[in-house]
Ligand binder design. Structure first.
Ligand SMILES: NC(=O)c1ccc[n+]([C@@H]2O[C@H](COP(=O)([O-])OP(=O)(O)OC[C@H]3O[C@@H](n4cnc5c(N)ncnc54)[C@H](O)[C@@H]3O)[C@@H](O)[C@H]2O)c1
Length: 489
C-alpha cells in the first residue's frame, strides 16, 4: 500500500514538475561535443562574450588535442576565419578538455552538440536519428550535476527529443533542477564563422512556464552580446526542434528542384544556369540555393530529411513522407546520372583508366567530406574498375579511404588499389582520361589548363559537376567538356 502510494506521489511529481530554478547570470558554459558545430560555435561565443568562461568537452582525446594544438593549422575543423577566433579566445576564456565531469558540473548552462547520425541498426534503421549520443550526454549531465542547470539542445534532433532528455534528467539526477531549451544551429560549413557572427536568426525554444521563460531569456542574453534582440526568436520547444529539420528540408528541396530541371535542360537545349537566373530574379523565389550540381552532400541534409520522413510515417502521414523522400531520390539520381555520363563517354569501359577527381569535400572551404557526392560518384566508377585519382586542398588521404571503405561495396584492399590520393593536382590529372570536378574550390579556376591538357590522354574530357570552370576556354584548348544542365558540345 505504502509502495503504491509513494509510486503515485512520484508519478504526480514527475508529471507536474514545476522547477523553481535558481538561474543566475550565465558565467560558465560547457559544450558537450567539439565537432563542426560545437567547436566553432563555442569559439565565437567565447570571443564575443569575454566575461563568460566557455569549456568544450569531448570523449575524443585526439580531437581535443588538435583543438589545443599550438599550430592553428592543425585544428580539427577547417573554416575560414576560425583559427583567428581560436587564437584570440583560447586560454583566455575558451578551453578544450576531456574532463567532462568537472566542466559540466561547473557550468550554469550546458550545450549538447554531439552527432545525431542516421541509425544504422534496429528499428528505424536507415531513417531515424540515432539518439545514442544525446542520451549518453543527458545521462552524464544528470550523473555529475550538483547545481541547477540550463541544458541546451544544439544538436539537430527529431521533434519531441526534449521530452526524452527531460525524462532522463528528472529520473536520474541528483535532485537539482534542469530547464531544457532547444537552440538549433543554422550555420553552414564553409561560412560557419561569418554565419555565427551575423546569423539570419537565432532560434530558442523553451517550456511555456515561468522557468522556461527565464531560461530562454538567459540564453537570449548570451547571444544578445553581439546579435540584435529582434533577430533572436523565442518559440515553444517543439516548434524550435521541428524548424531545424524543416529548414534543411526546404534548402535541400531547392537543390533537388534545380537538379531535376538540369536533366530536362540537357534534353531540351535550355541552359540551367540561365533558367536559375531567370527564376531567381523573381523575389518570391529568390536567387539563393539555385545552383545546379552533382548533388548535395554534407552530414545534415540527407539525415534530417530522412528523419522528417520517418517522423511523418510514424504519425501516419504517408503522403508527407513520400513528398520529402523524393528530394533524396532526385539527389541520388543526380549523382548516378553524373557517374553514368562519365562511363558512357569513356566507351562504357573504365578498366585501368585514370579519372582525376578535383575535390572530395562536400563543398568548398571545409575539410568535411561526410556524405559528399564525390564518395558516391567514385564508388560507382570504381564498380567499373576505374582508377580514381583524387586531389582535394583540405581532405586528407585517410579520410578519403575511410569514406569509401564505409560503404563496404568491395574489400579494403581493392579500394586501396582503385582510390589514389594525390597532394599535387597536376600529378592527379597527369595521364588521366578524364577530369571530374566534384567540389567548387576556387583554386581550380586558376590552374594552368593548357599544361593539364598537354599531360592528359586524348581525347581529354572534363566533367564539371559544379559548372565551375570556364567551359569555352577549355574547349578552345581542346578539352571535351560536359557541364550539368546544358547541351554539351
Ligand atoms: N555540421 C553542420 O554543418 C551542422 C549544422 C547545424 C547543425 N548540425 C547538427 O549539430 C550536431 C553536431 O554536428 P557536428 O557536425 O558538429 O558533429 P561532429 O561529428 O563533427 O561532432 C560531434 C562530436 O561529439 C562528440 N561526442 C559524441 N558523443 C559524445 C559524448 N557522449 N560525450 C562527449 N562527446 C561526444 C564526438 O566525439 C564528436 O567530436 C548534429 O546533430 C548535427 O546534425 C550540424
Amino acid at each position: 500500500m505504502t509502495i503504491v502510494f509513494s509510486m503515485l506521489v512520484r508519478l504526480f511529481i514527475l508529471q507536474n514538475i514545476k522547477f523553481i530554478m535558481n538561474i543566475p547570470e550565465i558565467k560558465k558554459i560547457c559544450c558537450i561535443g567539439a565537432g563542426y558545430v560545437g567547436g566553432p560555435t563555442m569559439a565565437v561565443i567565447a570571443q564575443k562574450c569575454p566575461h563568460i568562461r566557455v569549456a568544450v568537452v569531448d570523449v575524443n582525446e585526439q580531437k581535443i588535442a588538435q583543438w589545443n594544438d599550438n599550430n592553428l593549422d592543425n585544428l580539427p575543423v577547417y573554416e575560414p576565419g576560425l583559427k583567428e577566433v581560436v587564437k584570440e579566445a583560447r586560454g583566455r576564456n575558451l578551453f578544450f578538455s576531456t574532463d567532462m565531469d568537472t566542466e559540466i558540473d561547473a557550468a550554469d548552462m550546458v550545450f549538447i552538440s554531439v552527432n545525431t547520425p542516421t541509425k544504422t541498426y534496429g528499428k528505424g534503421k536507415g531513417m531515424a536519428a540515432d539518439l545514442k549520443y544525446i542520451e549518453l550526454s543527458a545521462r552524464k549531465i544528470a550523473e555529475v550535476a550538483t547545481s541547477d542547470k540550463i541544458v541546451v539542445e544544439k544538436s539537430t534532433i527529431p521533434i519531441r527529443t526534449a521530452q526524452a532528455v527531460r525524462k532522463i534528467l528528472a529520473n536520474t539526477g541528483n535532485g537539482v533542477n534542469f530547464q531544457i531549451l532547444s537552440n538549433p544551429e543554422f550555420l553552414a560549413e564553409g561560412t560557419a564563422v561569418s554565419d555565427l557572427y551575423n546569423p539570419d536568426r537565432v532560434l530558442i525554444g523553451g517550456e511555456e512556464s515561468e522557468d522556461g521563460k527565464k531560461a530562454m531569456d538567459a540564453l537570449t542574453s548570451v547571444y544578445n552580446n553581439w546579435i540584435p534582440r529582434e533577430r533572436i526568436l523565442q518559440t515553444n520547444i517543439w516548434s524550435s526542434e521541428l524548424s531545424k529539420l524543416v529548414a534543411n528540408a526546404f534548402l535541400a528541396q531547392r537543390i533537388s528542384s534545380i537538379n531535376a530541371i538540369s536533366a530536362l535542360c540537357e534534353k531540351t537545349g535550355a541552359n540551367v544556369d540561365e533558367v536559375a537566373k531567370a527564376i531567381g530574379m523573381d523575389t518570391r523565389i529568390g536567387a539563393k540555393f539555385l545552383k545546379t550540381s552533382v548533388g548535395f552532400g554534407g552530414s545534415c541534409f540527407q539525415k534530417d530529411i530522412l528523419n522528417l520522413v520517418y517522423i511523418s510515417r510514424f504519425y501516419g502521414l504517408d503522403e508527407v513522407a513520400y513528398y520529402w523522400e523524393s528530394v533524396i531520390e532526385i539527389n541520388d539520381y543526380q549523382k548516378n546520372r553524373f557517374a553514368d555520363s562519365i562511363i558512357i563517354k569513356l566507351n562504357n569501359t573504365l578498366s585501368d583508366k585514370k579519372i582525376a577527381f578535383l575535390g572530395w569535400a562536400f563543398k568548398k572551404d571545409t575539410n568535411d567530406s561526410r556524405e559528399s557526392a564525390a564518395i558516391y560518384v567514385a564508388d560507382r566508377l570504381m564498380e567499373d574498375k576505374g582508377i580514381i585519382a583524387v586531389y582535394d586542398p583540405k581532405v586528407g588521404e585517410k579520410r578519403m579511404h575511410d569514406d569509401i571503405n564505409y560503404l563496404k561495396t568491395r574489400d579494403e584492399e581493392e579500394n586501396d588499389k582503385l582510390l589514389q590520393y594525390y597532394s599535387d593536382p597536376y600529378e592527379a590529372m597527369k595521364d588521366a582520361y578524364a577530369i571530374a570536378v566534384l567540389t567548387e574550390w576556387d583554386e581550380f579556376l586558376d590552374y594552368d589548363w593548357q599544361k593539364v591538357y598537354d599531360n592528359m590522354i586524348k581525347p581529354a574530357y572534363v566533367f564539371d559537376g559544379r559548372n565551375l570552370l570556364n567551359h569555352e576556354k577549355l574547349r578552345e584548348i581542346g578539352f571535351n567538356v560536359q557541364g550539368i544542365g546544358k547541351v554539351n558540345k
